[in-house]
Design a protein around this ligand. Structure first.
Ligand code: DOR
Ligand code: ZN
Length: 435
């Protein structure tokens, strides 16, 4: 089976490609990228004018909720949401019920993903048994079963010693430790960023320093062990400073930023809807100086990946007092419009850098296939429409949960099609295409 995608702007940062090219797919793999390729028996598909053909987007931080919380999301509903959002692969966090701390859970997730047969799913295992922070999980077993990294996400690794051991073991297997950076004592029972808005609404605060302490600890232990430490959902300016310093010193540290943290600030606690539980997430939306630091890190290369921290919660769980609501928002179906609109159209970065952040970077961090259009690699491809006007509609999302603060937003930048292993798994009904 051969398909020739003709005439799109092909952007492949890993190979330094940005121009109008054709792309030949053969037996689920990329065969060739080049100008005016001959059809030679392939089905020819014209790429819609103005569209961008790029390596499939990879979201390295999603919560799929299966097993155990299928009312929020399942592997099947999660990957359906992913492909609508333009993602050909997602990596899923282990804070399921039971926790993904052993091969059985990992294999269950992989079996569900194979059954759904949409986006690829890369499970991430727990650092500690039950993510309780006491005993290390069997990291070799997790690796063998298919996990690509380890984390106790939702919480930081309980102690510096346990994090050290996790880095040492994960390092032996070539896996990063992904850390939810947070000093639990400083976070306390905070629910929002410590600052003017939390204070004026009477909400308990979480200072940026709670996160930055976790980042500093990880950078130091990464330096000590020589292992790869990855900072999840970074939000505070002092954290960015710590990562930048670490990188300058040659430490193996990488980091990701979520779209909500480069788009919103803690002002959203007060308006347009005061106490909206759809702006409650951990880490919290921070003040403008922190948001600006995330933007600066995205622009100057300090940030390695954009990841959504897609955290579905049921309507009934979110429809309670702010204090009592769970942390988290869905992100898979809003990431591309937010990123293109807020980063590219705002003039902060150009599309190749965005694709690096949403595809090449995550593939490198997790050491998974994809992230490039090199001949021989799997034909995981996203076709973007950078100028498409998009209106976010929570009610129409494919995710089982609708907890987003972006409902009704109009943004410029969308997805035309998502292709996994050469097979089109999503086409946008608002765009005319035969993809
Ligand atoms: O907002 C969040 N939601 N932050 C986390 O660390 C966990 C996540 C979840 O699992 O809901
Ligand atoms: Zn987290």
């Amino acid at each position: 089976m051969k398909r020739l995608l003709k005439g799109g702007r092909v952007i492949d940062p890993a190979n330094g490609i940005d121009g109008v090219h054709d792309l030949l797919i053969e037996d689920g793999r990329i065969a060739r990228v080049g100008r005016d390729l001959p059809a030679e028996g392939a089905t020819v598909v014209e790429i819609p004018a103005g569209s961008v053909v790029c390596p499939g987007l990879i979201d390295m931080h999603v919560h799929l909720r299966e097993p155990g919380q299928e009312h929020k999301e399942t592997v099947a509903s999660g990957v359906a949401s992913a492909v609508v959002g333009g993602f050909t692969a997602v990596a899923c966090m282990p804070n399921t019920s039971p926790v993904n701390d052993n091969a059985n859970v990992t294999l269950l997730i992989l079996a569900k993903a194979a059954e759904a047969n949409l986006a690829r799913v890369y499970p991430i295992g727990a650092v500690s048994k039950g993510s309780k922070g006491e005993l290390l999980a069997d990291i070799a077993e997790l690796k063998q079963a298919g996990c690509v990294a380890i984390t106790d996400d939702g919480h930081p690794v309980s102690t510096a010693l346990l994090l050290r051991r996790a880095l040492e073991y994960a390092g032996m297997f070539g896996m990063p430790v992904i850390e939810h950076c947070e000093d639990s004592t400083l976070k306390g029972d905070g629910v929002a960023h410590e600052g003017f808005h939390a204070a004026s609404l009477g909400l308990r605060g979480i200072p940026g320093a709670a996160e930055a302490l976790g980042v500093e600890r990880g950078v130091l232990l990464s330096e000590l062990t020589g292992s790869h430490f990855h900072v999840a959902h970074m939000s505070a300016r002092a954290s960015m400073r710590a990562v930048r310093k670490g990188k300058e010193a040659g430490v193996r540290v990488t980091c990701e930023v979520a779209p909500h943290h480069f788009t919103l600030t803690d002002e959203a606690l007060a308006s347009p809807i005061p106490y909206d539980t759809n702006v409650k997430m951990n880490p919290p939306l921070r003040e403008a100086a922190d948001r600006d630091a995330m933007l600066a890190g995205i622009a100057d290369g300090t940030v390695d990946a954009i990841a959504t921290d897609h955290a579905p919660h049921h309507y009934d769980e979110k429809r309670v007092e702010f204090d009592r609501a769970p942390f988290g928002i869905v992100g898979l179906e809003t990431a591309v419009p937010l990123a293109i609109d807020r980063l590219v159209h705002a003039g902060l970065i150009r599309l190749p850098r965005l694709i690096e952040l949403m595809s090449t970077g995550p593939a490198r961090i997790l050491r998974v296939p994809g992230g490039s259009l090199s001949p021989g690699s799997p034909a995981d491809i996203t076709v973007l429409a950078p100028d498409l006007k998009v209106r976010i509609r929570a009610a129409q999302m494919r995710s089982r949960s609708k907890n987003t603060p972006f409902d009704g937003w109009e943004l410029r930048g969308g997805v035309v099609a998502t292709i996994v292993a050469g097979r089109t798994v999503y086409t946008n009904p608002d765009v005319e295409t035969r993809l």
